[in-house]
Write a protein that binds this ligand. Structure first.
Ligand SMILES: Cc1ncc(COP(=O)(O)O)c(C=O)c1O
Length: 416
């Protein structure tokens, strides 16, 4: 079957991509890994909520509240189906993936982790999947260990295995790295980790918009995601876990919505998922996330993966021809299921200069440590430039990007 050009099909749905850049060039947005652009359906869902049924959820006796609650809980259902959860009670709405990881660290971690226990992470983790565990380690005296990388910029499974033991209470790792773009072999990781009775948290921030996720077949214990990475609004994310595990965990934050009864000296908690959702939630944002998920599902993840693989192959072919370039993470030939991004450095050129000059030509990429300082320190570099694509990206944009990159590198080298 031929690969469908999803950019042709979807570009009209994304108003922002039609804009000109501040420099009056056609805008090329290659920073989807930082945050995705939003389709009209999502933007309209937010306006529609505020224009027609803005009300608080789970509280009012009036029709507006009933409608808001129905849409809000409908979004939870959509999210549950999206990751193939057993029930919507397994979906906890949070502000973002960072908050989801903090929830697990504070609620599950403080209850279950003791001095002498170990948590196994990887060198490639986003700060969101390092700092909450450092805070927990400081409180409990547990030890954090970090699996390292192979020369190809992939998880070193041998090193991972050597750092696992019966002291390891949790393995927490990223599915697709936001810096290296590698897709970690979760099935292998899980089958090794299970031998040590370890729980597994999967940071799916960079995979949820790009491939179908099934928590049952992944066989992990916690999965976190952010709506803004999957074409939805900012301010909403989620934690998935098994109901029996969530049931055993104490609340993370206290306040309205998460209680059953409150007395002056004690309170009892609401049932799942509300036990973990103190205060008025991000109602419009949750509804918007539901619409974003539906949008991606309607496109179809097989088609998304096929088109993004075509784009990523072209991106790698284009970049590999640039003199002095070093791309971090596995090549697309080595790892055909890798993420649709490339992080790189170019000899003799500062990555921030590259990003700034590309911006003057209408191209948005990211430069810096991408919230992965330990990874960049591991490689002995302050940062990389990163171009990250989505199904809305085109071959022509990649060609223009490559030509402008070469011209900027020539210009910068001429200044030396
Ligand atoms: C792999 C990964 N994990 C976690 C996060 C944190 O996401 P958020 O800032 O939405 O909490 C990001 C965001 O860049 C990410 O790429």
């Amino acid at each position: 079957m031929s690969i469908q050009n999803l950019a042709e099909l979807t570009r009209g749905d994304f108003p922002l991509l039609d804009n000109k850049s501040a420099s009056q060039h056609k805008l090329i947005y290659f920073d989807h890994a930082a945050t995705s652009q939003k389709p009209k359906d999502v933007i309209n869902a937010l306006t529609n909520y505020y224009s027609h049924y803005n009300a608080n959820v789970h509280r009012g006796a009036h029709q507006l509240s009933a409608r808001a609650t129905e849409s809000f809980e409908g979004a939870r259902e959509i999210t549950a189906n999206f990751v193939k959860a057993n029930s919507s009670r397994e979906i906890i709405f949070t502000r973002n993936a960072s908050e989801s990881i903090n929830l697990v660290a504070r609620s599950w971690g403080e209850e279950n982790i003791r001095e002498g226990d170990e948590i196994l992470l990887t060198i490639m983790e986003h700060h969101s999947n390092i700092v909450p565990w450092q805070i927990l380690a400081k409180k409990t005296g547990c030890k954090l260990r970090f699996a390292e990388l192979t020369v190809d910029g992939e998880l070193d499974i041998e090193d991972f295995l050597s750092k696992l033991s019966h002291r390891t209470k949790l393995v927490s790792l990223v599915h697709i790295s936001n810096s290296l773009g590698c897709c970690n072999p979760i099935q292998e990781v899980v089958s090794i980790a299970r031998k040590f009775d370890t729980l597994i948290l999967l940071d799916a921030c960079q995979s949820l918009a790009h491939r179908a996720i099934d928590v049952a077949s992944l066989d992990v214990d916690f999965l976190v995601g952010s709506s803004h990475k999957l074409c939805g609004p900012t301010g909403i994310g989620f934690l998935w876990s098994r109901e029996e595990l969530l049931d055993q965990m104490p609340p993370f934050l206290g306040g309205g919505e998460m209680i059953q009864e409150v007395f002056l000296d004690q309170s009892s908690w609401s049932n799942l998922p509300h036990k973990f959702e103190a205060g008025t939630p991000a109602i419009a944002e949750a509804i918007g996330m539901g619409v974003a998920i539906k949008y991606l599902e309607n496109l179809g993840f097989e088609k998304i993966q096929d088109w993004e693989k075509t784009l990523t192959t072209h991106l790698f072919d284009s970049l590999e021809s640039v003199e002095g370039i070093k791309i971090y993470g596995p090549s697309i030939n080595r790892q055909p299921n890798r993420g649709s991004l490339a992080s790189f450095t170019i000899d003799g050129v500062h990555v921030n200069d590259l990003a700034e000059l590309l911006d003057t030509r209408g191209i948005c990429i990211r430069s810096g440590h991408h919230c992965c300082q330990p990874l960049h320190r591991y490689y002995g570099i302050p940062g990389t430039a990163r171009a990250s694509l989505s199904f809305t990206s085109t071959i022509e944009e990649i060609n223009y990007f490559k030509d402008e990159l070469i011209s900027i590198v020539d210009f910068l080298k001429a200044q030396i």
